[in-house]
Design a protein around this ligand. Structure first.
Ligand code: ADP
Length: 394
């Protein structure tokens, strides 16, 4: 029997992630396959896997710096169509980093919406153009297909003005220079899962730590975002794989004026050369740092943990207490030593870890006497996008 399908695309600066979900009338979304092309601009590599992680297909374009995104995207779209057996693809859902002030919900895309989203490129110049490219490609290939944009900023639209604004003259705030917060699809997924996992905490005060290559934290009150560590751009807050996180803006002025760095060099420094990589000078990959004996790797980890502890303090203050702490994304889901170090540093707040449960990646990792529930919850941004897309088809 033919089932309906929804394709999900998350197109970033150096990778394109995709998944295909299917569903029948009144049945849940079911992941059929997922995969990605990474190494774009260097040596692109394509892999597709079953939901269980079995390899379905792979391909490499070694040393082909010049295989452009358009070619890779065409390849991907053809691959998905050819492998969608007995599935009639009804829609494509896209992750779009910035929804600005206009979009606090997912939206069905038409030409006018694409044009409106293009006006937000200056707010996320490194991400937004890549997010929009596949929307235009698919619209050309298949103008009838429903496309939906889901925004990383939207979930934080509930933040109150004090959490949202900078202490800038109000004309700038009104012009959109304020905190937006990101990783919203991940937080929304966790906020929806939490009532099933821990109903009591879900009604209370929760901090979610999304610790991946990009890292941020979000304060949830009754399942709604009231504050997050990321700001106007996704370079604020916690230190990340290669991004600085919070930095005195005076440093940027100093680099421009005294060091005479140009804008592109400063941008590269803030986004690509700092964070865990900048401190360690070894890697942006937490696995590599954990395995390393080098003092600099240890310093990078210590810095990461220290910044998380400081920001947990700030978010707990915004929440006026803490009922649960949730770890998610690559590091949050898999790096037991990092979770242990973070929890160790939060004992003053009533966080106490169960080392054995932590070693097994949870799901519940707090000790019985802990005042704060601590969870490991794998995030699923793709499922969130597919869910929104399906909701907008009705
Ligand atoms: P992205 O933000 O690109 O989606 P992920 O959420 O996949 O990133 O997280 C990537 C990070 O997770 C990397 O720093 C990686 O080293 C880390 N990570 C993944 N698995 C493990 C593990 N088993 N132990 C420690 N770190 C891990």
């Amino acid at each position: 029997m033919m089932r309906k399908g929804i394709g999900v695309i998350n197109c970033g600066s150096s990778s394109i992630k995709f998944s295909l979900f299917s569903y029948g009338d009144g049945t849940d979304l079911q992941l059929l396959f997922k995969g990605q092309v990474d190494g774009i601009g260097m040596a692109p590599r394509f892999v597709a896997k079953t939901p269980e992680g079995t390899l379905l297909d792979q391909r490499e374009w070694p040393d082909h710096q010049d295989v452009d995104r358009r070619t890779l995207l065409d390849f991907l779209i053809r691959w998905v169509s050819n492998h969608a057996e007995n599935v009639n693809i009804q829609a494509a859902g896209h992750r779009v980093v910035h929804g600005g002030d206009a979009f606090s919900q997912p939206v069905r895309i038409d030409q006018a919406i694409v044009e409106q989203l293009e006006t937000l490129i200056p707010l996320a110049p490194l991400h937004q153009p890549h997010n929009l490219a596949p929307i235009r490609t698919i619209a050309k290939l298949n103008p009838q297909l429903l496309q939906v944009a889901c925004f990383d900023t939207a979930f934080h639209a509930t933040n109150p003005p004090v959490a949202r604004n900078f202490a800038l003259p109000r004309a700038l705030t009104a012009a959109g220079v304020h905190r937006y917060g990101f990783h919203g699809l991940s937080y929304e997924y966790i906020a929806r899962r939490l009532p099933e996992i821990d109903p009591k905490s879900a009604r209370g005060r929760v901090i979610v730590a999304h610790l991946g290559n990009g890292a941020s934290m979000c304060a949830l009150h009754h399942g709604r975002s009231i504050a997050s560590t990321m700001g106007f751009t996704a370079v604020d807050g916690l230190p990340m794989g290669t991004r600085t996180g919070s930095l005195d803006p005076g440093v940027v002025l100093y680099l421009l004026r005294q060091r005479e760095m140009d804008l592109d060099a400063v941008e590269r420094l803030l986004y690509n050369e700092s964070g865990l990589l900048g401190i360690s000078q070894i890697s942006n990959d937490m696995r590599v740092l954990i395995e390393s004996d080098d003092m600099r790797a240890k310093e990078a980890i210590d810095f990461f943990v220290y910044r998380i502890r400081r920001e947990v303090g700030a978010l707990a203050a915004a929440l006026e207490g803490l009922d649960a702490l949730v770890f998610t994304a690559g590091i949050g889901e898999h790096a037991a030593p990092i979770r242990a170090a973070v929890c160790q540093s939060l004992q003053w707040l009533g966080v106490h870890l169960d080392p054995e449960a932590n070693h097994k990646d949870g799901p519940r990792i707090n000790a019985p006497h802990s005042d704060v529930a601590v969870w490991v919850v794998p995030t699923n941004e793709e499922l969130m996008i597919a869910t929104h897309t399906r909701d907008l088809m009705k």
